[in-house]
Design a protein around this ligand. Sequence first.
Ligand SMILES: Cc1cc2nc3c(=O)[nH]c(=O)nc-3n(C[C@H](O)[C@H](O)[C@H](O)COP(=O)(O)OP(=O)(O)OC[C@H]3O[C@@H](n4cnc5c(N)ncnc54)[C@H](O)[C@@H]3O)c2cc1C
Length: 392
Amino acid sequence: MCPLTLQTYLRYWFYNERWSCTSGKHEGEHDRGRPSGRGEQRGEETRVTQSAERFGAKTLDGDGRPRYDVVVVGAGAAGLSAALVLGRSGRKVLVLDGGEPRNAPAEASHGFFTRDGVQPGEMLKIGREQLGRYPNVEYRTGRATQASGADGAFEVTLEDGEVVSARKLVLATGVFDELPERPGFRELWGKGVYHCPYCHGWEMRGRPLAVLASPGTAFDRVALIRNWSRDLALLTDGEGGLSGADRRRLDALSVPVYEERISRLEGDPARPGGGLERVVFEGGAALEREGVFHVPPQRQRSGLAGSIGCELAAPVPTVEFVKADPMTRETTVAGVYAAGDAVRAPGQSVVLASASGAAAAYVLNHALAIQDAKDEVAAAPSAKGDLGRAAG
Ligand SMILES: Cc1cc2nc3c(=O)[nH]c(=O)nc-3n(C[C@H](O)[C@H](O)[C@H](O)COP(=O)(O)OP(=O)(O)OC[C@H]3O[C@@H](n4cnc5c(N)ncnc54)[C@H](O)[C@@H]3O)c2cc1C
């Protein structure tokens, strides 16, 4: 008999086993790790049960808890995108939706190819509906409250107390913006107060705008926002320390500087196209503005990454990211991947978050596929012998 190489075996497995779509497996049963011989030695029954396990209903772990290949925590752009790729890879996926996507306050989401100007909730609704095509993807509303375990055997506790297990985790839990606790900021967030000019700069172009920034980043932010409007003022909200050089540069660009602390923002959040009317300072003076660009401090929306042991990074005190490999999106905990705003990226937007979620899913599925193949090779007695002989 010819020695069976790993490559030959994988090629056989890929074409004959992995994609043979049939049904017939009962819920709760699973065959992972069950010895499987080569094609001519394996009957139709084996193929049927293994394929059904792969694409069918959920499995249970040894303790009778639902067991998934992957739990995706968070169902914003990053989480839904990761779930879609994983669903289409035949993985058993649980998606948990805490229901607080970051751009929810905005009236429209801009800058996503084919989806420019769509309502943020509408994008997510379409994303959830399209996941419905994949019976191997389960979507649930509610938060994950705890995560523990290690690669291949994680446990996630859900809001209602149920515990599920998973081989891998994707944390797509986003961030929370810490806006100044003064009237108008929260109300006008996404409706006149914006963090991202790529998302809202076009709609605000040429209008009277302000940049709210600390002295250290002020010139940089002004230089960027000026791209969309030259009618610009800098607000430092009572923070001193703007350097003489920056003052001269801002003066040369005709950007007035207001250093007084802001008392409140006034306007009408319900007005379409942005409702900010004015910035009112503590001394009572007001500055008429239609938009304020401000990058507030942000923190992780979920404590899960920290609680499972993922390292966080704070390149500056006002931001906090989950550390993840820029290529693989794997965090410092093996088997835990992070995507979207929760990790460091060139920017924060729906399209970047989606790409990040998809990238994490590609890498993660590949890791699972290799693991599955190795497990099957190890469990196949005849293959073991052949491989042993080949190695010898
Ligand atoms: C006001 C505003 C307007 C914006 N406008 C635009 C725009 O026009 N265009 C654009 O491209 N980008 C825009 N953005 C940026 C965009 O919102 C983010 O980049 C994007 O939402 C990031 O997606 P994400 O999936 O990483 O995080 P999110 O969209 O924040 O989703 C994370 C999800 O995870 C959930 N979650 C957190 N913890 C848990 C848990 N423990 N269990 C279960 N679920 C959990 C949250 O509830 C949330 O639903 C805007 C942002 C803001 C603040």
